[in-house]
Design a protein around this ligand. Structure first.
Ligand code: SDX
Length: 421
């Protein structure tokens, strides 16, 4: 094993170097503090590996994304359940394994009836991500967190999340909940629960079903992003699956992460209302004082096109054309991308469109409301969160995640009782 030298105040230690299966190199600093008294600092963890994982691989410079070694571009035609099984259990399923997985999910896709009372307690104006995080956490009240139930709870969560997401949407529009069906695909079943009503038959549109299946696959995993790292952090304390995933839902909600897909559409609408003056918003994004960012642009890891954005840019055009929809926001997005990618500010910082830049255009075409976009991201990301939690849970050498800090507060001083202040 190769090593790296760390020299500090006359102390010199060799730190082991780990090399990943795709050639990534990591310096193992596990012994740094005990050998030198020093810790490292890395705001935002941009240079810090939190784990070794076999699930997803990203080459940010080349714009490469692999799920268990398979290139994202080659999976878009598969079924979301096929990809979910592969992410969670490590291998592409045989037909029998996939059939059994689907049957297992079918058996668990209803939520306990009295969980609907939790939903009904929310105002119709509640953000669906607030509902989602609490409903996921509440599943732990119905399904015990015992070692023998871990694998069953994984199936329960995969099966119930679409139902919870669709029920929260129906709650927000004041419509009756539409129960899941076992004769539809994962994507078709979700569209049915979202848009069917008891008053008339609902036919799943194959164009929407195919587009949703593709969107779910593209969002399924992305190595140690903010929400996945949160799932692992919470899981490292021994917290159960539902609690860990609920924490991931909350992390995803942020506008810099999964909440960006909602922000992108609101930004494009703002640009549209402002006479499609893209240059004004590109200039604002470059002006730090404006506090404005181009949502859907930039990425901590990709310093090239996000491969998912490449796929979505093509698919957005296709889906709208097949649906006969002319969404002016697509033209604004395409024009904004063209202007930004010619601007040295964006080129110098390697700021390219990310997965959130075009996804909202397709969700809109499906009739999904903007405040449900991040819920759609969570629905896609669920198998990745589960796979990462399960990988951590099954590790024999797992430790609780507990970073250190550098204290910059007051030096030690005597406490002053209230009557002497
Ligand atoms: C997702 O991690 C993942 O894998 C996430 C994700 C996944 O699948 O899980 O890919 C999903 O969250 C995608 C990202 C969605 N977020 C957005 O679109 C929000 C807008 N983008 C950013 O705020 C930003 O680019 C981040 C949050 C995505 C990345 O932030 P970093 O890595 O901390 O980069 P930074 O903020 O330090 O920016 C570096 C420079 C800064 O300028 P300088 O200080 O060098 O002058 O680039 C600038 C930033 O001001 N910059 C932007 C910008 N993004 C970065 N300037 C204008 N507009 C932007 N969007």
């Amino acid at each position: 094993m190769s090593s790296a030298k760390f020299v500090y105040e006359g102390k010199e230690i060799d730190l082991p170097v780990i090399t990943g299966s795709m050639g990534e190199v990591g310096v193992d600093i596990s012994k740094l503090r005990s050998s030198t008294g020093a810790i490292t600092m890395d705001l935002g963890y941009g240079n810090t590996g939190s784990c070794q994982s076999e699930i997803a691989f990203i080459d940010g410079e080349k714009g490469v994304l692999l799920y268990r070694g398979y290139p994202i571009e080659e999976m878009v035609g598969a079924s979301f359940l096929d990809i979910s099984y592969m992410l969670i259990y490590g291998q592409l399923p045989s037909q029998d394994q996939l059939t059994k997985f689907r049957k297992d999910l079918d058996r668990h896709q209803l939520i306990p009836e009295n969980m609907k009372k939790i939903l009904e307690g929310y105002p119709n104006t509640a953000h669906p991500m607030a509902i989602l995080s609490s409903m996921v956490s509440s599943l732990s009240a119905y399904h015990p967190d015992t070692p023998e139930e871990v694998e069953n709870n994984i199936v329960r969560l995969m099966a119930k999340l679409p139902t919870i997401c669709a029920f929260s949407y129906k709650q927000s529009v004041g419509q009756p909940h539409i129960y899941p069906r076992s004769d539809l695909t994962f994507a078709g079943n979700f569209l049915h629960m979202m848009f069917a009503t008891p008053c008339e038959p609902y036919q799943v549109d194959p164009v929407l079903e195919e587009a949703l299946n593709m969107l779910l696959i593209l969002h399924a995993d992305h190595e140690q992003n903010c929400s996945t790292s949160t799932v692992r952090m919470v899981g490292s304390s021994g917290a159960n699956l539902f609690a860990s995933i609920a924490a991931g839902v909350c992390a995803l909600w942020g506008p810099l992460h999964g909440g960006a897909n909602q922000e992108v559409i609101e930004m494009l609408e703002m640009i549209q209302d402002d006479g499609a003056n893209y240059q004004k918003y590109v200039d604002m994004a470059k002006d730090k004082k404006s506090g404005f960012r181009l949502f859907g642009f930039g990425h901590r890891v990709y310093k090239n096109f996000d491969p998912r954005a490449r796929i979505l840019k093509v698919q957005a055009d296709k889906v709208l054309e097949r649906l006969g929809i002319n969404d002016p926001l697509l033209e604004i997005a395409q024009a904004l991308e063209e202007v930004a990618l010619k601007d040295s500010y964006f080129v110098e910082r390697s700021l390219y469109p990310n997965v959130d830049f075009y996804s909202g255009i397709i969700y809109r075409a499906m009739g999904i409301p903007t405040n449900m976009f991040t819920v759609m991201f969570a629905l896609g990301r669920l198998p990745g969160w589960i796979a990462q939690w399960r990988e951590l849970h099954n590790e024999s050498s797992k430790r609780i995640c507990r970073p250190r800090q550098i204290y910059t507060g007051e030096p030690k001083r005597a406490f002053v009782p209230l009557d002497q202040r």
